[in-house]
Design a binder for this molecule. Structure first.
Ligand SMILES: Cc1cc2nc3c(=O)[nH]c(=O)nc-3n(C[C@H](O)[C@H](O)[C@H](O)COP(=O)(O)OP(=O)(O)OC[C@H]3O[C@@H](n4cnc5c(N)ncnc54)[C@H](O)[C@@H]3O)c2cc1C
Length: 404
């Protein structure tokens, strides 16, 4: 008996979608370790950049908020939610909303006539009528080409760094200018590493001014919960249907407004860290156990490690879990799947949530604050198409139709 909906990935989006589907009377199966990316792909000691209003994992009854988590645990979280607390919140949410998560990894999602076929890490298979791919940034870490030939241990991507203490007393170049780069630089510096941030943008920017009027209705009017992008643009980002309705050129201009920027509270933690802006490494080579970088102004650095805090770029060609035939058959835009209103791809029954949905629905999808929109839209779509299929079984959901 195939499962009606399989969700691959148990991060904030996968869990929220599962909770909404369950509330609609469906029994999705969720695969993956709960909050795994937050447990493995972010540095210990990190604080969330998102404000509290944008950090609740959406649940259908608004009963699993951070406030409720605090109330049940008899504590008050600091304004900047620490990573460990957010992970604990995610685990609490899962136990309450989606008690049964299958922690096996899915190694491949393929398609057999009118069903999807999920191959699991233990060689077993699960058939599903619909699949929601909620695998976050997996497979999409972006590594500048200048680092292509050096051993990965000398130049790891930031998502491979969890343990900051092992960098104490090392000389480290952090490449990048976003929150991830700047917070890593602060944590490394505080742990005793000698850090230089190297950023290709002309200046490193920090958010400012957002705390004026915080808590007042005026603030809520100017800054919606996601707080992504400057005032005005942030409302377009907050409303994924509006973002989707814009012409492609305008969508890209809006999305660029969520460029690399650090939280205001990071500035003070970086006063003793060297920041070199407007420069990028153009060549690298291993020198014994160290790494030599040549920057585009001809200057050189020799460091113990370079950490590539250079973000993620969704490109289905690099998706490690989708059968290449499915990837070839998907309608795409700049490497991302083209999605319809319910986050369904051009292959009927195959949905994408999280970062992969950002090209269609905007940058909100890359953050926890996007979990509510995604979960509601997918649930509505699946509930409506399940009702149709009860009248017209199978043909409407034939994933192999048009497979190339
Ligand atoms: C350093 C850093 C800091 C961030 N800070 C914030 C913040 O403060 N606020 C915020 O809103 N967002 C933040 N983000 C963005 C954050 O990644 C997203 O908000 C969030 O993870 C979106 O949830 P998701 O479920 O789409 O993705 P994820 O949380 O990445 O969940 C996807 C899950 O799928 C799992 N998975 C992947 N492939 C498979 C497979 N084949 N089988 C089974 N499971 C699989 C992964 O292990 C992962 O656990 C940050 C990102 C980074 C890198």
């Amino acid at each position: 008996m195939p499962t009606s909906v399989a969700i691959v990935g148990a991060g904030p989006h996968g869990l929220s979608i599962a909770a909404h589907l369950r509330a609609a009377g469906l029994q999705p199966r969720v695969f993956g370790k709960v909050m795994e990316f937050w447990r493995r792909g972010m540095p210990a000691g990190m604080l969330l950049r998102s404000e509290r209003a944008g950090s609740h994992i959406a649940d259908p009854h608004h009963r699993l908020t951070l406030d409720q988590y605090e109330a049940e645990h008899g504590k008050r979280l600091p304004r900047r939610v620490p990573l460990d607390e957010f992970i604990a919140y995610g685990l609490w949410y899962q136990k309450r909303a989606v008690p049964e998560v299958d922690d096996r990894r899915v190694v491949q999602i393929g398609c057999e006539s009118d069903r999807f076929r999920l191959a699991l890490q233990d060689s077993s298979t699960v058939m599903a009528e619909r699949v929601v791919v909620a695998t976050g940034f997996e497979g999409y870490a972006s590594r500048p080409s200048a680092f292509a030939t050096v051993p990965a241990r000398l130049a790891p991507h930031s998502s491979e760094i969890r343990d900051i203490a092992s960098f104490a007393s090392l000389q480290v170049a952090v490449i990048g200018a976003g929150q991830s780069a700047l917070e890593l630089a602060a944590l490394l510096h505080e742990a005793g590493a000698m850090v230089e941030v190297i950023a290709r943008c002309p200046t490193v920017r920090f958010l400012s001014g957002r705390d004026l009027l915080r808590g007042s209705p005026v603030h809520r009017l100017i800054y919606p919960p996601g707080e992504l992008g400057p005032p005005g643009i942030n409302w377009i980002i907050q409303l994924p249907d509006l973002f989707r309705s814009l012409p492609a050129g305008l969508q890209q201009r809006v999305a660029r407004q969520v460029g690399p920027v650090g939280a205001a509270w990071l500035r003070a933690r970086l006063v003793d860290v060297q920041i070199t802006a407007g420069r990028r490494p153009i060549a690298t080579s291993a020198v014994g156990t160290r790494l030599r970088l040549i920057l585009d102004d001809g200057s050189e650095r020799t460091v113990d490690r370079a950490i590539l805090a250079t973000g993620f770029r969704v490109d289905l060609a690099n998706n490690p879990v989708l059968d290449p035939r499915l990837i070839r058959s998907l309608r795409q835009f700049n490497g991302s799947p083209e999605l319809s209103r319910g986050l369904e791809s051009s292959i009927p029954g195959l949905y994408f949530a999280g970062a992969a949905a950002a090209a269609t629905f905007g940058p909100l999808m890359r953050f926890v604050a996007g979990s509510g929109y995604a979960a509601r839209a997918i649930t509505r779509h699946i509930a409506a198409s399940s009702a149709t299929e009860r009248r017209m079984p199978h043909w409407a959901n034939d994933c192999s139709r048009g497979l190339r």
